[in-house]
Design a protein around this ligand. Structure first.
Ligand code: GLY
Length: 563
């Protein structure tokens, strides 16, 4: 009897001790009905307000997207493009492609000089870098198909925000300061942002408010066929670009069938080409599914190894096979088939790294073929959307149309200007992603929705160029394999491998020295300098009791709002 009491007391002490040792779980905002998570609290709040007025996720999408164009000019946009993946409350799924397109006058060699070398900065800065923008077409198309509230109800609060002004955050102050020289080089005149804006200053977007007012009154055609279209085409041409009114008039957003695949009892629904996101994520996750990642441990050597090796192989395929499916035959079913992936991973061993020089794209039988932003919304009706939208680089081409009040993208750099020459993200491309008039450039954006046992589990995505795919898949694994909540999964340190350069990028000072040493002994090159942050992930997780947990990444100014 006495011994029994001693054992109980001992057990209680041990439990209390481990409770003390264990860090409090990190929880994001938890709400019961609906949530929006985006790069700025102003945008999340406007999305939430639309949901509170009875709007659905698609109404909130238009509001949040346009509000990001105001509050987050770094990547939110009218002058860029994006992708949306949705899952309705009845389980129906779909995807909307409002990616930018190459102008009609674009040519395969437009960024090469007379001897075939890539002309520095031409595809990244100024008017020649601009693809035909798709965002306005995208948000209006999503609203046309699924929206319920009047356009006026949705856009009015965004216009009010633009007129009222938006506070500069510390991160924004730093970004604006860094880009001053680029703003000068890209623009003939000074722009709203050529000034030493400081934290807590308020920037008013008077001209953007006027453009939004015209959109509210005249609809999507205002941007593609109306006064704004004329102004935009003229502006781009005056700055040496090639976009015409015809390019704008021809632009249409496209409904696509998302990529779907299973991982354990999850069904993952993600963006199909012209994004490489869904295919590459399917390749990586299916390649690692048979390994006991949960037993290896989060960010343990074996976990990093198997993921990095699968990523190496997937990015090699990305560079060769993927492009706009309206122009090239993307063998996506074969690329994500079990047999193909088993063969791809056959050369992997835990003993040592596979050098990227030994990995080319896989053989598939085919007939010829950091700066972005993501938001997630789950509405009170159970509909979920995941949206990633971009100008490509931060502030896009840095070319700012003062009259219309927005930056223009530099998405043309996502094409392969010359096979084998890396773009701003170090990504290598091939013929499948060569430039052609009206073609969409390959993307890495990976807006994703996850089901578990047939029910909605998560909406997730991130900016980060080439690191988007690996950040999204690590967040999903953090929740599924390593039992983290949404905010904890978002906070966790991330790493990235993209075949070339042959290195594992890691967020600095966030991985154990012992882990890094072991990986180096096995032949991996570790780079902790290249990416101070890898991804700025936003997501919403449906908790077991049906409540929603937001994960808003503190690597940015991101914030969740809901009710
Ligand atoms: N511009 C980045 C991407 O689309 O992947």
């Amino acid at each position: 009897m006495k011994l029994k009491y001693i054992l109980v007391a001992f057990t209680v002490i041990i439990i209390c001790f481990s409770c003390k040792e264990k860090k409090a779980p990190v929880r994001g905002l938890v709400t019961t009905k609906a949530m929006v998570v985006s790069a700025r609290i102003e945008a999340s709040n406007i999305g939430k307000q639309i949901l509170e007025q009875g709007g659905n996720a698609f109404d909130a999408m238009m509001a949040t997207d346009l509000a990001l164009a105001v509050a987050y000019p770094y990547a939110g946009n009218l002058g860029g493009g994006g992708f949306m993946v949705y899952r309705l409350n009845n389980g129906d799924i779909g995807a909307l492609d409002y990616r930018e397109k190459a102008p009609l006058a674009a040519t395969k060699d437009m960024y090469l000089d007379s001897i075939g070398n890539v002309i520095p900065n031409l595809s990244t800065r100024g008017a020649m870098a601009v693809g035909v923008p798709g965002t306005v077409a995208g948000v209006f198309e999503a609203h046309r198909k699924f929206g319920t509230l009047p356009i006026e109800t949705i856009i009015k609060p965004v216009i009010a925000l633009a007129k009222r002004g938006v506070f500069v955050t510390k991160k924004q102050e730093i970004r604006l300061a860094e880009k001053q020289q680029d703003f000068k080089l890209a623009n003939k005149d000074s722009i709203l942002f050529t000034k030493a804006w400081k934290e807590n200053d308020s920037i008013k977007y008077v001209n953007l408010a006027k453009t939004l007012t015209r959109l509210m009154k005249n609809g999507r055609d205002e941007f593609y066929k109306g006064e704004s279209a004329k102004t935009l085409a003229q502006f781009v041409q005056n700055n040496g670009g090639i976009i015409t009114e015809e390019d704008l008039a021809n632009y249409e957003a496209k409904w696509r069938t998302p990529i779907t695949f299973n991982y354990d009892n999850l069904r993952i629904i993600s963006m199909s080409p012209p994004s490489s996101g869904g295919v590459a994520m399917a390749q990586v996750l299916k390649s690692v599914e048979e390994y006991d990642l949960d037993k290896f441990g989060h960010n343990a050597v074996k976990t990093i190894q198997v993921l990095a090796e699968a990523e190496r192989r997937a990015y090699a395929d990305r560079s060769y096979y993927l492009g706009d499916p309206d122009f090239v035959n993307v063998p996506q079913d074969k690329l994500i088939s079990d047999t193909y992936l088993e063969n791809r991973m056959a050369s992997f061993s835990f003993e040592k790294a596979t050098p990227s020089t030994e990995i080319s794209h896989g053989t598939v039988d085919i007939v010829e073929s950091d700066e972005t932003t993501h938001y997630s919304i789950i509405d009170q009706f159970g509909n979920a959307i995941a949206v990633t939208t971009t100008l490509n680089s931060g502030f896009g081409s840095k070319l700012y149309c003062q009259e219309l009040g927005f930056f223009l993208n530099n998405e043309m750099d996502d094409f392969s200007s010359k096979p084998g020459v890396p773009n701003v993200y170090g990504l290598i491309g091939a013929k499948a992603n060569a430039i052609l008039p009206e073609k969409r450039m390959l993307s890495s954006m990976t807006p994703t929705i996850v089901e578990k046992d047939g029910k909605l589990l998560m909406s997730v995505g991130t900016p980060g160029g080439s690191t988007i795919i690996t950040s999204v898949l690590q967040t999903i694994l953090n929740v599924h394999e390593f039992k983290m909540g949404m905010q904890e999964a978002v906070n966790a340190p991330r790493f990235h491998h993209q075949w070339l350069p042959d290195e594992i990028r890691m967020e600095p000072n966030r991985f154990k020295t012992e882990t890094i040493n072991t990986l180096e002994q096995k032949g991996y090159t570790i780079n902790e300098e290249r990416s101070p942050v890898i991804g700025i992930v936003d997501g919403i997780l449906v908790l077991p009791d049906g409540k929603l947990e937001g994960g808003a990444d503190s690597r940015g100014d991101d914030a969740a709002a809901g009710f």
